[in-house]
Design a protein around this ligand. Structure first.
Ligand code: NDP
Length: 322
């Protein structure tokens, strides 16, 4: 993998002691995710040759018909097809009961040709659903979203090699790796503590030996906390909330946010922005992810990575039973 270390923190810090500085190095999720997908395609090809046509199997289970979910699912199916993963989309109507959703999950759990199962969230259901119960019903060895208590528990204890790591934080770690900046010993700040982004991000940074501060909606003086970050990961869902002036000069800034702001100059009438104010952050950060083209493509790539990894573990288990 390539590294962005050529424009390292040293350069940024040296050049930025004055109030304005050179622009941050952009960490491209589009480029990095392409490299990951190419590597996975090779891995799948090898598996097919070695195990007589074997292919990793992925199921995306959807309840209802949300437009945003449809978009995310189609990009997952497209990536899977490119890599050689056998992907299937199961769509239940929004009238499906919780029992029916659980039955579908359990049926996929039993299917040996499926190595990864994700339940697309949020559920678009006419009924009240216990989302945690549904994600916990996914077999932990097919839980490629890493959302079950078993996988989350292992991650929180630092058992990183024995669990599925949630895709967005895993993608963020890959982007941080691209900078060439070592995580160990750094002060990392995570904004957000959700099960899908903030909490696993905190765990990953901690077990990669950063000292981590987790911020949330009740955190006092967010700018002060942000200003202490060598590495900042933001997953708050608040458009352009983090201002460049808050940042430590030279910081690595990873923006998970996907928000829409009205924009009459666009045909759609809106534009996508992150949780970080890009223009001002670009003046102080050492490294910065764009939105779009940053964390988003990495999330899909890491889902594919987890699915291929799950298939590899399946093959290992099958061989050891022989
Ligand atoms: P959630 O709404 O589940 O969590 C948001 C978190 O941010 C909460 O912990 C909340 O705190 C915290 N928060 C909200 N407002 C503030 C504030 N003003 N100051 C400090 N903390 C705040 O969102 P998700 O974690 O699901 O998603 C976060 C963002 O990441 C969204 O923009 C989402 O679209 C994006 N996302 C992007 C993905 C990708 O592939 N790029 C994938 C998943 C999400 P509290 O806990 O106190 O409520």
């Amino acid at each position: 993998m390539f590294s962005l270390a050529s424009r390292s923190l040293r350069l940024s810090v040296a050049g930025c002691q004055a109030s304005r500085c050179s622009l941050a190095t952009v960490i491209s999720g589009s480029k990095t995710s392409k490299l990951v997908r190419e590597r996975l395609k090779n891995d799948v090809e090898k598996m097919r040759n070695q195990f007589s046509g074997f292919r990793p199997g992925l199921v995306v289970l959807q309840v209802g018909d949300r437009d945003d979910s449809n978009l995310y699912i189609s990009s997952k199916l497209k990536a899977a097809a490119e890599i050689g993963i056998e992907a299937k989309h199961i769509r239940l109507p929004s009238s499906a009961t919780q029992e029916e959703v659980l039955q579908s999950v359990m049926a996929v759990n039993q299917n040996p040709a499926v190595h990864g199962l994700i339940v697309q969230l949020p559920l678009d259901s006419a009924h009240k659903m216990d989302t945690d119960l549904i994600t916990n019903t996914v077999s932990s060895d097919k839980d490629v979203d890493g959302l079950s208590c078993i996988n989350a528990g292992k991650l929180s204890r630092g058992d990183l090699s024995d669990c599925f790591i949630p895709c967005t934080p895993n993608g963020c770690m890959e982007l941080i790796r691209q900078t060439g900046v070592s995580v160990a010993g750094k002060h990392a700040v995570v904004i957000g503590r959700s099960k899908i982004v903030g909490a696993p991000m905190r765990d990953l940074l901690l077990w990669r030996h950063a000292t981590v501060t987790t911020c949330h909606s009740k955190t006092q003086d967010l700018p002060e906390q942000v200003g202490r970050a060598d590495i900042l990961v933001v997953g708050a869902g608040r458009a352009e909330m983090v201002r460049g002036e808050w940042l430590k000069v030279g910081a690595v800034v990873i923006d998970c946010g996907i928000n829409h702001l009205p924009d009459e100059t666009k045909a759609s009438g809106k534009r996508v922005v992150g949780d970080v104010h890009y223009a001002s952050a670009n003046q102080r950060a050492g490294f910065l992810t764009p939105v779009p083209g940053g964390v988003g493509p990495m999330t899909v790539a890491m889902l594919m990575e987890n699915t291929v990894q799950s298939a590899q573990r399946f093959l290992l288990r099958s061989q050891s039973l022989r």
